[in-house]
Design a protein around this ligand. Structure first.
Ligand code: ROI
Length: 162
């Protein structure tokens, strides 16, 4: 069994849904998978888009789960759930109904054509670090450090001491 953290994001409605409902529904879908045990879900956070600004604000959250799946099988499951929520991969960094990213997979470092874990942008994005720190402040990101320190670094990077 491996402890895994998943980043969840949405800024588009699907058919009859809102970004918040997309995230709640994705969490329910994950709970139904036999080989996945949900451990914790962070609060939902609203944030301005990183990347192109001509898109709606995002809702983000982070999930902690335990699984017997290997990284690729977990990724297949996540992509199936994204597709069921009307995910289209048309525009790079464009709006999306549902994004499910593997942030951390145990202490594994993975580089292949489908997966980079830890997620490349994990340390630069408040919408990932803040919810992750809420549910696991002592969590260690391989080669990067402890989540709570990474959050302080991110905040300090915005402020210049005079
Ligand atoms: N911006 C925010 N705030 N939240 C996201 O989940 C998110 N996801 C993305 C890009 C387009 C990079 N920007 C985002 O994929």
């Amino acid at each position: 069994m491996t402890i895994v953290y998943i980043g969840v994001g949405s800024n588009l409605c699907g058919d009859f849904t809102s970004p918040k409902q997309n995230i709640t529904s994705a969490i329910n879908a994950l709970t139904k998978i036999q080989s996945i045990q949900m451990i914790r879900v962070s609060s939902f956070y609203e944030s301005k888009p990183i990347g192109p600004q001509d898109q709606s604000d995002y809702i983000n959250a982070v999930i902690k789960l335990e699984t017997s799946l290997d990284p690729t099988d977990l990724l297949d499951n996540l992509q199936t759930i994204e597709n069921h929520h009307g995910r289209e991969r048309s525009q790079y960094w464009g709006p999306r109904t549902l994004d499910l990213d593997i942030l951390l997979f145990g202490d594994q470092i993975i580089h292949n054509d489908r997966l980079t874990v830890p997620h490349t942008e994990i340390c630069n994005r408040a919408f990932v670090l803040v919810p992750l720190s809420e549910i696991e402040p002592d969590c260690i990101i391989p080669e990067k450090g402890i989540v709570s320190s990474l959050v302080s670094n991110l905040i300090q990077a915005e402020l210049k001491i005079l």
